[in-house]
Design a protein around this ligand. Structure first.
Ligand code: NAI
Length: 456
């Protein structure tokens, strides 16, 4: 039997970063991965999607420069080449993770680990004993059980399409649905998004959610909210998706149907009942703020532990678990988690909305600043709006929402402001580079108290 200080099951962002953090602090670590290092994020999630979206945004830019007469013609592009290059970027990153793990002395075991006790695992016929275990097995797509659901593809399939579909129906207007809709729409596919709830992204600031919806519609994406998908039928031309809204039935034709209605915990190999691991009512591994499960020395992080299903949260949870394993007590702080949707244009938010503040009995004021008043945005041809939510009494920053180009980069600056609860007077004395899109965050914060400079 092989013995380790720490055994980690799953080599996605949460698992591999925990392995590196623990090894750098002197622990003897084994990491089990049944597929490819990097997990969903690197292989079939964030990174390949962002590669597609980057090219899609470039195509949009070229189209707009052609419309304005700066480019004489838009030219054409090769979807096949985009897909091939995307795979190269993914491979480069996966090899990078493997290199880091090896250099840090982590034992990487290729194969599916089975937990046979809280701190005992078997993989490829060998038994492993660990002082501590981190479960980082991630998540898998969830499918709604409607007739014909087997005809739908998941995000992994849609990322790997070899041919551009003429028509795509996206079931679920959440993060994956909107990002895929954006990419494929820009590549020229006719896209219809069918979303159960009304409006889109209902947990975000309504002004920002409305603006994003209208900008996506302007790009030509058909969005039908408050619609329930009933069934998918196959016909010689492709598929028909039947959905209902306000008593009416809609029929949408497609050659590709993407189902993106959420992801559930991947617990394969964990033997939940056998080891006595407690799950939440939604089927995720229950953890406390130190990422500890109900079993001593067993931690869970990332998508498998529920909550935010975001790689950067998995990183933070992994580092929290490692700290606690090392005896340095640490609790996870999720009060300033950036939430990005890499649509075209992008969306990013951090902190709370005015509505959430009101529920907690906090009165807020909402400031905003439109991209049209910012020099850099005009120079770059970018459009959108920044919203800043400030506590009325303390004049502290509690939330930021951005719709527009650069949102996912701008949000880091905003995250610091929310984490540090920046006050109005601190915003007033802060000097932000000019020209830059970042100036809009300061202006929107000042606008909360009607002190923005470039706004009446
Ligand atoms: P999601 O929870 O973001 O969105 C699913 C959507 O499907 C919801 O809006 C829901 O109301 C809708 N829905 C559910 N049942 C439906 C039905 N029967 N008909 C129509 N609509 C229905 O889940 P998604 O998009 O699958 O993403 C999974 C996870 O991956 C998310 O938690 C997300 O945070 C994460 N992710 C994050 C990314 C990022 O940070 N940019 C990118 C991609 C995924």
């Amino acid at each position: 039997m092989k013995s380790f200080d720490l055994v980690i099951i799953g080599g996605g962002p949460g698992g591999y970063s925990s392995a590196i953090a623990a090894a750098k602090r002197g622990l003897k670590v084994a990491l089990f991965e049944k597929e490819k290092l990097g997990g969903t994020c690197l292989n079939v999630g964030c990174i390949p999607t962002k590669y597609l979206l980057d090219k899609a945004a470039l195509i949009e830019k070229i189209r707009s420069l052609t419309q304005s007469g700066i480019f004489r013609e838009a030219g054409s592009f090769s979807f096949r080449k985009i897909q091939a290059e995307k795979n190269e970027v993914v491979n480069k990153l996966v090899n990078g993770v493997s290199f880091l793990l090896n250099k840090c002395g982590v034992t990487v075991v290729q194969g599916e680990a089975q937990l046979i006790g809280p701190r005992r695992a078997i993989c490829n016929g060998e038994e492993y004993k660990a002082d501590n275990v981190i479960i980082a097995t991630g998540s898998v797509p969830f499918r709604i059980p409607i007739p014909g659901s087997e005809f739908s593809l998941d995000s992994t399939d849609v990322l790997a399409l070899e041919k551009l579909p003429a028509k795509m129906v996206v079931i679920g207007g959440g993060v994956i649905g909107l990002e895929m809709a954006s990419a494929y729409r820009s590549f020229g596919t006719e896209v219809t998004v069918i979303e159960l709830l009304d409006p889109l992204i209902p947990a975000e600031q309504p002004e920002a959610a409305r603006l994003l919806t209208s900008m996506l519609k302007k790009r030509g994406i058909n969005i039908r909210t408050g619609s329930k998908v009933e069934r998918i039928e196959k016909n010689p031309q492709g598929f028909i998706v039947y959905s209902g809204k306000d008593g009416k039935t809609f029929e949408d034709c497609a050659d590709v149907v993407l189902m993106a209605v959420g992801r559930k915990a991947n617990l394969s190999g964990i033997n939940v009942e056998k080891i006595g691991l407690k799950l939440s009512p939604k089927g995720f591994i229950e953890v406390n703020s130190k990422q500890q499960t109900n079993l001593d020395h067993v931690y869970a992080i990332g998508d498998a532990a529920g909550g935010y299903q975001l790689a950067h949260v998995a990183y933070a949870e992994g580092e929290t678990a490692v700290s606690n394993i090392l005896g340095n007590e640490r609790e996870i702080d999720l009060s300033a988690v950036p939430r990005c949707i890499y649509t075209i244009p992008g969306f990013a938010a951090v902190g709370i909305t005015a509505q959430q503040a009101q529920k907690n009995g906090i009165e807020t004021v909402l400031g905003s600043f439109n991209y049209s008043g910012n020099g850099m945005a005009l120079a770059e041809g970018a459009s959108g709006t920044v919203y800043v939510i400030m506590e009325k009494e303390s004049k502290r920053t509690v939330g930021v929402q951005i719709v527009g180009e650069g949102a996912s980069e701008l949000i880091s600056f905003a995250t610091l402001a929310v984490a540090e609860k920046l006050t109005l007077s601190e915003w007033e004395t802060l000097i932000v580079a000019h020209p830059s899109l970042s100036e809009m965050i300061r202006e929107a914060a000042l606008d909360s108290f009607e002190r923005a400079i470039h706004k009446i």
